[in-house]
Design a protein. Structure first.
Length: 469
């Protein structure tokens, strides 16, 4: 019997591409189960182990930094072997295996449980991220360019919905075990499901079509070469903007979980519901944002959402009311769903197939450095030393901890990055309609977001709907 993962004959290439587009959704769905049961509960597990601010910062920022360095190695080996799928599958299987020993960290390491958790998380992220640029290169050849935004938008919506359902299920399991005084065992179930889901994902990836891949000498360059090209490369300037925006966001990002569970004293049910609101908003809007990118270009989506992202941390400072903060999570989902899908598609549009794996690795290194600087070098010290009470003459403002002040620093940093660097890169897609970012925001405020929500609820998957906007 012919194996699904053997290379197709030339006449079967189009059928192999179509099959891979469907398989990629299933692969992503099982990745989402892993994320909902595993990745989303690593920080709560660290809080359960009584990790401090420095440890939380390292858990969130050190694994991506090491993973970014692993991406350079993965891209190098993909170029040398000329086969991408054969590298992706074993790396994903190794990623799956890392979830098994995490459950035993409190038993095996006791006083060193938090450092052991950080180390295991770093190993998992390194295996996963080493595969990421190779997968990006492979799928960039499979997905048709004309409908790229729509495909990735629909796929992202399915994946985000799966993450949502998985995280709700995981949160329910954890809440039940928390009430029974068996929180540790609850985490064990979560990480076991994460292992199984990621392993199935690897088996599905084994059936993907890997187009012939033979990068030329021009595709070989180092991270330093990439940095040296920055003054003259539109994409390199975009990569700098994206990385600095993520670094500015990461000043606060690792500590929202700490704020919810430690300072606001939410239980796991409340924490999970807040994450569900954030994810559900992305489910309903990510496909819509993708079609806007197809019509108007991805840069205008990045620019429009870059007006929203700096406002988000400040919203956490005004109230500790749970219902209010659920609305804040909804607004966060609106902004981040557009920013992330447009950033992904901008990379696909701007980079040639031969350079895509290595460029993705270089961007990840830059991204990882900025994330590490934001979360560990800036965020963690500020979390430990910022005051919780601020006095300006007769005006006195107090918070329940130092973290709201940290959120303000993150918001100001995001404003600075957008103001200084947003105009430094241009759209790369040809034939798109013109619209100013301010006009797009006005459309959103005038009912576009509601239309996007309804479109996400009512538009059948795989069917072409009316034009975005």
């Amino acid at each position: 019997m012919k194996q699904f993962w053997t290379e197709p004959a030339p006449a079967d290439v189009e059928a192999a591409r179509r099959r891979t587009l469907k398989l990629s959704v299933w692969d992503g769905a099982f990745w989402s189960v892993m994320a909902g049961f595993g990745d989303m509960y690593l920080s709560p597990f660290a809080v359960f182990l009584r990790a401090g601010s420095w440890a939380i910062g390292l858990l969130t920022t050190m694994p991506p930094l090491l993973g970014a360095l692993a991406q350079m190695i993965g891209a190098h080996w993909a170029d040398r072997l000329g086969r991408r799928r054969d590298l992706i599958v074993p790396l994903i299987m190794l990623h799956a295996l890392v979830f098994l020993p995490i459950f035993f960290v409190p038993l095996l390491f006791r006083s060193a449980a938090v450092p052991a958790l950080i180390l295991l998380a770093a190993l998992g992220v390194m295996f996963n991220m080493a595969a990421a640029p190779i997968w990006t290169s492979m799928m960039g050849e499979v997905v048709p360019g004309a409908t790229r935004g729509d495909y990735w938008g629909r796929r992202s919506r399915i994946l985000t919905l799966t993450v949502l359902l998985a995280s709700l299920t995981a949160g329910g399991i954890l809440s039940l075990f928390q009430r029974a005084g068996l929180t540790w065992a609850g985490f064990g179930i979560l990480f076991s499901v994460a292992f199984l889901a990621r392993f199935i994902s690897a088996l599905i990836l084994r059936r993907h079509y890997d187009p012939p891949y033979a990068p030329g000498p021009e595709a070989h360059f180092t991270f330093l070469d990439f940095i040296r090209r920055m003054p003259h490369s539109n994409f390199a300037r975009y990569a700098l903007y994206f990385s600095l925006m993520m670094g500015a966001s990461n000043i606060a990002a690792p500590f929202f979980t700490v704020y919810m569970l430690r300072d606001l004293k939410w239980d796991y049910a409340h924490y999970t519901l807040s994450q569900a609101v954030f994810l559900l908003t992305q489910v309903l809007l990510v496909g819509w944002w993708g079609r806007i990118g197809d019509r108007y270009g991805n840069r205008v989506v990045i620019a429009a959402t870059s007006f929203i992202l700096p406002l988000l941390p400040f919203l956490w400072m005004f109230s500790t009311n749970y219902s209010y903060l659920l609305v804040v999570q909804l607004v966060s989902g609106i902004g981040w769903s557009g920013f992330t899908i447009a950033a992904q598609n901008f990379t696909f549009d701007a980079v040639s197939v031969q350079k895509r794996a290595r460029v993705a690795a270089c961007v990840s290194v830059l991204h990882g450095l900025c994330m590490f600087a934001g979360g560990t070098l800036i965020g963690a010290p500020l979390a430990n030393h910022l005051p919780s009470v601020y006095t300006l003459g007769p005006l006195r403002v107090g918070f329940i901890s130092s973290l709201p002040g940290l959120f303000a620093v993150s918001g100001l940093a995001r404003f600075a990055v957008a103001a200084l660097l947003l105009r430094r890169f241009a759209e790369v897609r040809d034939g798109h309609e013109q619209i100013h970012p301010a006009q797009l925001i006005l459309r959103l405020a005038g009912g576009g977001i509601i239309a996007g929500f309804l479109n996400g609820l009512l538009r059948p998957e795989g069917k072409e709907g009316p034009s975005a906007g």
